[in-house]
Design a protein around this ligand. Sequence first.
Ligand SMILES: Nc1ncnc2c1ncn2[C@@H]1O[C@H](COP(=O)(O)OP(=O)(O)OP(=O)(O)O)[C@@H](O)[C@H]1O
Length: 343
Amino acid sequence: MIKIKNIHKSFRTKEKVLHALQGIDLHIKQGKVFGIIGRSGAGKSTLIRMINLLERPDQGEVLIDGTDITQLKTEELRQLRHKIGMVFQHFNLLESRTVLDNVMFPLRVAGAPADQRKARALELLKLVGLSDHVHKYPRQLSGGQKQRVGIARALSTEPKILLCDEATSALDPETTQSVLALLNEINKTLGITIVLITHSMDVVRNLCDEVAIIDGGKIVEQGDVVSVFLHPQHATTKALLSESGMDMDSWKLLAGDIKGKLIRLTYHGKGAAEPLLSQLGRELNLDFSILQGSIGQIKETPFGQLVIAVAHPEALTANLRTTETELREFFEARNVDVEVLQS
Ligand SMILES: Nc1ncnc2c1ncn2[C@@H]1O[C@H](COP(=O)(O)OP(=O)(O)OP(=O)(O)O)[C@@H](O)[C@H]1O
């Protein structure tokens, strides 16, 4: 639905030319929540602003439903922008207007009749849980409430795409959770495609279906969130995960003295709650110790990841090959990914 093809963007300052985006390709499917994550200065804002052409590429195409929007005329682009809502980190509300006026504002710009504007705005303020606050001014609201107004305003023109520019970065953790839950509900109930940029892996884990990691103006990894979280490939992805408490390698701290086999087990979805390890011990007559473990949830998918050291009571080394085959068969039959970290 949204296809970004070979986008380049540079900024010229007096001193130098900065290559902010260097050949970006993305495919964002309709109805999904797509996260773009990267460190400060990686190019996230520049990239998301390409989708409504707040920023124009120097080179490349931005296709929405097959139309290259970089080729649209001014009036066509204005029409298109009504179908792309945007939510900002610092809310960008009109301070001198009431909550209701703020939400009606884009509809006024789009030329909607007054009665329709009001009905639509009231309906949206109900959706975001602010029916009791319609006549207040932004200064009378908390940060979370202001962002709810921002979301209602972004939805007023019935967009099919919602762009979220660090929508929860200015909010405390609890408020962040409630705003993420609201965005999830909007995606589910209204079917709106959401594209968000963030520097937080927790935001991606909670809300996104797919993720792209941007580093130095390039996409270094992308895929569905469960795969990227459980099998990260690029060093930047691993570092971002580690900083959010999902360190893939903390088993190394305990592995020094262990001579036997070390394996990483990854499982998710159905069967995540199976008593895997006790079955392993019983059926294959193995002893094991756990060097690292995390269980949790990625969006709606439960997952577990364990690093275990396996030992055989009767000299594992005598029959190493059989044991590895047996182990693989045991886990593969249970849809568990096996990665041998040390043989
Ligand atoms: N208008 C501009 N003029 C000059 N340089 C710019 C401009 N906009 C962005 N840049 C530079 O382009 C690079 C990418 O910026 P961008 O804002 O897209 O990064 P970001 O990943 O969103 O960062 P942050 O998380 O800090 O907002 C940065 O080095 C930034 O300084």
